[in-house]
Design a binder for this molecule. Structure first.
Ligand SMILES: CC(C)(COP(=O)(O)OP(=O)(O)OC[C@H]1O[C@@H](n2cnc3c(N)ncnc32)[C@H](O)[C@@H]1OP(=O)(O)O)[C@@H](O)C(=O)NCCC(=O)NCCS
Length: 142
């Protein structure tokens, strides 16, 4: 079953501006060390940060909280393992909210999709729940 969906569209130029004005302070407030390391390696760093930013906003909408109720940027992040698609992870209050949404006997799966076409970046997040004892094919897991 679907527990939530969220979408965000961001103008990459806004991120360029924020990076110029606030630099590392902005990066540390919004992005995990792993996300920063990834973005810093991209040719277009601002676009990479914008895609991650869009994921966080989309996730906060899928959770139904926005950036409120203690849910904050670094609690929703993209984790990357070699050769795998990026995985969205919720920790802290975002994870607690996810638990609150998930019916007993189910586990939540977070699906993320990301794109950009400068000057815009966009992301969608869907939260799905499957019975705890349901076995998913490895390839179908987010
Ligand atoms: C929802 C949120 C995550 C994003 O809002 P936003 O970027 O200002 O606005 P967007 O255009 O992307 O989204 C607005 C839509 O989100 C939806 N929305 C608002 N609150 C929501 C919530 N709690 N859950 C799910 N969807 C929500 C609404 O449909 C809204 O449109 P509407 O006002 O026409 O109904 C907002 O709660 C937020 O906290 N933004 C943080 C912005 C911020 O702190 N910026 C600082 C820069 S470092």
């Amino acid at each position: 079953m679907i527990l939530g969906t969220g979408i965000d569209l961001i103008d990459i130029r806004r991120i360029v501006d924020t990076l110029e004005r606030h630099g590392q302070r902005f990066k540390d407030r919004v992005f995990t060390a792993e996300e920063q390391a990834w973005c810093e390696k991209r040719a277009d760093k601002a676009a990479a940060y914008a895609r991650h930013y869009a994921v966080k906003e989309a996730c906060s909408k899928a959770l139904g909280t926005g950036m409120s109720k203690g849910v904050a940027w670094r609690q929703m992040y993209l984790s990357r393992a070699a050769g795998r698609r990026p995985r969205l992870v919720c920790v802290g209050n975002a994870e607690e909210r996810l638990k609150l949404l998930t019916p007993a006997g189910y586990r939540a799966l977070l699906y993320v999709s990301i794109s950009d076409e400068p000057p815009y970046a966009t992301a969608t997040v869907s939260i799905s729940a499957i019975p705890e004892d349901f076995t998913m094919p490895e390839q179908a897991l987010p």
